[in-house]
Design a protein around this ligand. Structure first.
Ligand code: SAH
Length: 401
């Protein structure tokens, strides 16, 4: 067996691993033994040299190593990695055989024991993202493991997320296994059909993480005038229209996304309503100035805080948006508002929205919005108790008096 390199940790850093947290930060490392290359498996050693587990080494990243296993006697090889992928996919088999959907996140990185791999399945097609050198080192094995899953005809790579830069990796996009992705690929969910933009879309082409929210929209839309802000390809808009909304207006800065929204309307046999291409902040101010009112507002901005350092600035932007939404909300209206910034906790998000509601009232009286529900990322985006960082998407359902 080849000798593994090793990283030695400060005694104080061992506690985090004892709690099964999968990250070793650069500041925790006192010494690197051997000559491990990016992505190599290293033995993680405590201050007195005891083995704590095996990790993927990433010399360029602040997260210097990501744990594969907390058992130093295990062997990280192709069989190990393949088994992790298969087990993650198996955990979604209930969801995928429920009849509700043919699309799900099969592998959610650390949350599934495969750091750096996100793999989303849409019918017979898997779109994956490799975001760390550790995952990149197992690129071919991961592609084989995904292609070996039952019924998979295509594995496509969308490794173009910014986070790759932090790992010293270039973007990589293209077919990995099987046939090219169909230009007509759709996610079938809850009787709806949503176009999946494999090659040109955001992330892996569709926001699987808003699955539970799509059910909430169907529940709240009937009879209501709906404003869908940051609509992307209009999944919420289509559902609202089909569920009997009295009107639907969608806002997004991306023309191509709105073009897909129109196509999604056609795919589902509904008029998707008014599509406004523009900046959400400016457009909402314009609607406010015209004293527009909506019975249901959906506010799903992109990630506004990439790190804790950006939280202050992001909080101001979230506050601005929610303030405008609160003003546009008709009496008795419902606001579904989200933050997908992992750095922002539900607690902080709720405080920011509370501040916005307070400022939204005329004469300083505030606007008494009540929480009537909360929304989270769905079951195929699990959050290990030992790795709360996996939680990123949180939302509030608020009702105006
Ligand atoms: N709600 C969507 C996902 C939203 S993703 C769904 O369920 O599918 C965030 C969207 O915000 C993207 O479509 C992006 O184009 C859009 N966006 C980003 N910045 C924007 C801005 N300043 N104004 C309007 N749209 C913006």
């Amino acid at each position: 067996m080849s000798t593994l390199g090793a990283v030695w940790l400060k005694a104080t850093a061992e506690r985090s691993l004892a709690r099964r947290h999968p990250w070793v930060f650069s500041g925790a490392v006192t010494r690197v033994e051997g000559d491990p290359q990016p992505g190599d498996t290293v033995l993680v050693k405590g201050a007195d040299g005891n083995g704590l587990g095996l990790a993927a080494y990433s010399p360029a990243s602040r997260i210097r190593a990501r744990m594969w296993t907390f058992d130093p006697a295990e062997v990280v090889d192709a069989a190990f990695v393949t088994a992790r992928v298969a087990a993650a996919a198996e955990r979604r088999s209930g969801l995928l055989s429920s009849g509700h959907t043919d699309s799900a996140r099969l592998v959610f990185s650390e949350a599934d024991g495969v750091p750096g791999l996100v793999a989303d399945r849409y019918g017979d097609t898997i779109v994956c993202q490799l975001t760390t050198v550790g995952a990149d080192a197992w690129r071919e094995v991961l592609a084989d493991a995904l292609f070996a899953l039952p019924g998979v005809e295509c594995v496509y790579e969308r490794s173009d997320a910014d986070v790759r830069e932090r790992e010293g990796l270039q973007a990589r996009v293209g077919l990995m296994r099987g046939r090219a992705p169909s230009p007509d690929l759709v996610a079938n969910e809850g009787g709806f059909r949503f176009a999946v933009e494999v090659e040109g879309g955001h992330k892996t082409g569709f926001y699987l993480d808003q699955r539970d929210a799509r059910e909430a929209v169907a529940q709240w839309a009937p009879g209501r005038s709906v404003l869908n802000v940051f609509s992307y390809t209009g999944a919420f808009s289509v559902i609202a229209a089909k569920s009997g909304a009295s009107s639907v207006t969608s806002i997004d800065s991306s023309g191509p996304a709105l073009a897909v929204a129109a196509r999604n309307g056609e795919l589902n046999g509904v008029d998707v309503g008014e599509l406004i291409e523009g900046d959400a902040f400016t457009t909402l101010r314009g609607l406010r100035d015209r004293a527009k009112q909506y019975d249901l507002i959906l506010l799903d901005p992109p990630k506004l805080a990439n790190s804790e350092q950006q939280l202050d600035k992001a909080s101001r932007a979230y506050k601005d948006l929610n303030l405008l939404a609160a003003k546009l909300l008709a009496p008795g209206g419902v606001l579904l508002t989200w933050s997908c910034s992992g750095a922002m906790s539900m607690d902080l998000f709720q405080k920011v929205v509370a501040g916005a509601a307070l400022d939204a009232g005329r004469n300083g009286a505030g606007r008494e919005l009540r929480i009537i529900g909360r929304l989270h990322q769905p079951s195929d985006h699990p959050v290990p108790l030992s790795f709360p960082e996996a939680e990123y998407l949180k939302g509030l359902i608020l009702q105006a008096p």
